[in-house]
Design a binder for this molecule. Structure first.
Ligand code: SAM
Length: 275
């Protein structure tokens, strides 16, 4: 019987975010697959644990993934941890999970710290529908194409960014979405100098042109306002007829239907009268 691959999130800054289940899982598994042993050893020391570790990162994902799979198939249990936050979210893990799934190895995800969810929840921007964009491409052409593809995005957008690239990214975002577009910059979440700044892209870009950014950032950008439905007089007249059949006066029906079709109520009223 194969062992289980556990996806174990780690704190994104505050050790108080270590959960009982996370600590128990790290203690119980046979070995850990880690992004960087030097980072994980600090966490293990904090928990008073000593565990065998193998590295699993983006430069060795294929050979290391296969070696981990062999051990799982032989019945060992493994916990995958990255330097901070949830594995497989802009971090190593995606390929290993797919490999396990394809080979009948159970994968169990333990919920825990994740910068994007933390930022979205505190952003003050709409949370019902959102798109996580991770890090923007570095290549200029791919980056432009990616931003252009987001130009009409109506959902809240989340981006990860490193401090030394923040200023350029804010300028690119302001250029794409306009300087008035609301943004929430979430800096150093869960840490001592945590900061949440709700502003506009223009203000944020200007601020970080003169101020050196410090720490880690999640950028939460409001989506575009939904496009007003294109004026469609025929559909508007159909709705007016339907509302009239339901007992509304022509004036009431025109007033109710017009905004839904980008028309003025007088305009629709006249149209319905054949003027
Ligand atoms: N897997 C992680 C997660 O679950 O959030 C993300 C890892 S990704 C390599 C690192 C990026 O996450 C940083 O560049 C930053 O954009 C964001 N991040 C991580 N910790 C953060 C924090 N404490 N405050 C703000 N952003 C953070």
């Amino acid at each position: 019987m194969p062992g289980t691959l556990y996806l174990v999130p780690t704190p994104i800054g505050n050790l108080g975010d270590i959960s009982r289940r996370m600590a128990d899982t790290l203690a119980q598994v046979d070995f850990l697959a880690v992004e960087d042993t030097r980072v994980t050893v600090k966490l293990l020391n904090h928990l008073g644990l000593k565990k065998p570790m193998v590295t699993y990162h983006r430069h060795n994902a294929t050979p290391a993934g296969e070696a981990i799979l062999r051990r799982l198939l032989a019945g060992e249990h493994c916990a995958l941890v990255t330097d901070a936050g949830t594995p497989a979210i802009s971090d190593p893990g995606e390929e290993l999970v797919a490999l396990c799934a394809a080979n009948g190895v159970p994968v169990l995800a333990i919920p825990g710290p994740c910068a994007l969810v933390t930022a979205l929840s505190v952003s003050g921007l709409p949370t019902a529908r959102f798109t996580f964009e991770g890090f923007l491409p570095q290549n200029k052409k791919n980056r432009r194409a990616h931003l252009d593809s987001l130009a009409g995005e109506v959902r809240t957008m989340l981006f990860y960014e490193a401090p030394h690239k923040l200023s350029a990214t804010l300028s690119d975002l302001a250029e794409t979405f306009g300087p008035q577009r609301p943004i929430t910059l979430c800096r150093e979440l869960t840490k001592l100098h945590e900061e949440v700044w709700r502003t506009t892209l223009g203000e944020a870009a200007a601020h970080y042109q003169s101020q050196e950014p410090r720490g880690e950032f999640v950028l939460v950008v409001e989506g575009a306002p939904p496009a007003v439905q294109e004026a469609d007089p025929q559909a508007a007249l159909e709705l007016v007829a339907q509302l009239r059949a339901e007992g509304l006066s022509l004036k009431e029906a025109a007033a109710q239907a017009a905004p839904q079709f980008g028309l003025k109520k007088k305009q629709l009223y006249d149209l319905a009268l054949g003027k």
